[in-house]
Each structure stands twice: as structure tokens, then as C-alpha cells.
Design a protein around this ligand. Sequence first.
Ligand code: SPD
Length: 285
Amino acid sequence: MNTSVWIDEYQKDSRFGLKGKLLLKKTSSFQEIIIIENNEYGKALMLDGCWMTSSKDEKYYHECLVHPALISLKNISNILIIGGGDGGTARECLKYPDVSNIDLVEIDEEVIKASKQFLKEIGGNAWTDDRLSIHIDDGVKWVETIKDDYYDVIFIDCSDPSEFSNLLFSGDFYKQCKRILNNGGILATQSESPESFKKIHINILKTLRNIFKVSKTMYSFVPIYPSGIWSWTFATEDESNFLEPSKKKISEIESQCEIWNMNYQDGAFKMMPNNILKEIYTVGK
Ligand code: SPD
């Protein structure tokens, strides 16, 4: 029998649900993993009660995490992805011929297995690309073992703060990232919602601003996330890393994207809601 079920993410007296056929429900050593197939959003992944991605709306998220960092930076050869077990971030990075190595460090092997089995379209060819190395490990411990100036770009593609992901939002962790970034490369992180995770969002922005010389946040939306509005923050030691990219590079990447383009990005960097702006830039805060 092929019964439909409603699966909801609960946040602050509200819930965000999808209805569909249950494809997977299991508990790994770290979390509960659910995958359902929904008529509007395709196959959707939920971890510990929070929607992570879906095959129809994932591009809103992955294209915004990756391209603002890789489009403008000169050296993008050596990349670290923390989390990203569905493969979407790696797939976007591999659109750049200059990328020669990606270390993808995912704590939960079951997320990778489930994504390879049920969410094939998200990782796509990334899973078989020689440039991608997968490490089942704790991202916080991983960065501690890496030598100074090693990576050109670091992507933090993690779930919302929880018992086992909290440290990925901490100042100590960001400092380690800064240490292993070469020549002030770029740290790019998903930075939660200014609406449904306002406190956490402000905390991430303030922490990054205290550690890096430059930190810029863009806002857009991811339809299946609570409240829809989402953010991504890019931090570096060197303002000139945010170069004006060549027209050729822009059009090469734009032609391969569904959501991202240079205008979308430019607008998104001007979208900080005023209530967040006041919190971040008020003297003494
Ligand atoms: N509330 C959901 C936050 C999830 C951010 N990471 C999603 C992983 C997609 N690769």
C-alpha cells in the first residue's frame, strides 16, 4: 500500500509540513533520518525533525552557499566542506574547473548512504568525481588537525544548532577555520533564518564579525525551511577577495544555475532586514 503521510517540522508554535510517501525512516548513531516523496518538492530529507533539503528546492540553498564564494575568489583549488552529506554543495563546487580537491567531512555516514540511494539527483556526478574525497569524521576535530593556510575556501553546510552540531557555530571553531584558510580565503556558512532562528542568526553574524576582518551576509529564501527566509554569510581576512569576477566566468556559471545569477546575488547582499541591521551595527552591542 502506498499511503501518504504528513511530516512536520515544529518551530515556535508553528509547523512546516510536507505530505508524501515515506521512503526512509531510520535512526543513525547521531539522528533520525526521514526521506519522503512529495508531489511539489520531490524527495525531501529531514534530520532530527528539521527539513534539510528537497530535490526540487535545493538549488535555492546550494547555489547561494557556493557561488558567492567561488565566483569572486582567485584561488579556489583546495576546498573543505563540513557537513554537506547530501552532495549538493560538492556538486556546485565541481562546476569550477579550477577546483582540484574537495574534502567533504560529514559526521554521519548514514546521511551520505541515504542521499546516494534516494536523493541521487542532488549529489549527481559529484559522488564519482575524482576531485571529491569523503571523510566520515567530526568537522570540529577535522579542522584542528589541519595545518595553517591549507584550504582556499571552507563551506559549512550544517544542520541547525543541536547537541552535536552546536560547536560548528562557535567562535573557537571559526577561529580554527580562519587559521587553516590560506591568504585570507573565504569561509562560507549557512547562517540560519533572520525570522525563525533570529537569535542564532544574530549570534553567528556577531561572532564572525569579531573574528574576521570582513563578513557579508546575503538573504534569500528556501521554500521548505521554516518561514522561508534564509541567510548565508561569507567571511574573510582580505576584502579584495570579493573581486569583480570576469564576465566570462559569470556567464559560464550562470548558464549552469537554476537560481543564482550575479543580479540575484547583488540584490541578496542588500537584503539585510532592518531589525537585524540595527542589532548588528548598533554601537556597544
Ligand atoms: N533548517 C535547515 C538548515 C539546514 C541547512 N543545511 C542544509 C543541508 C543542505 N545541504
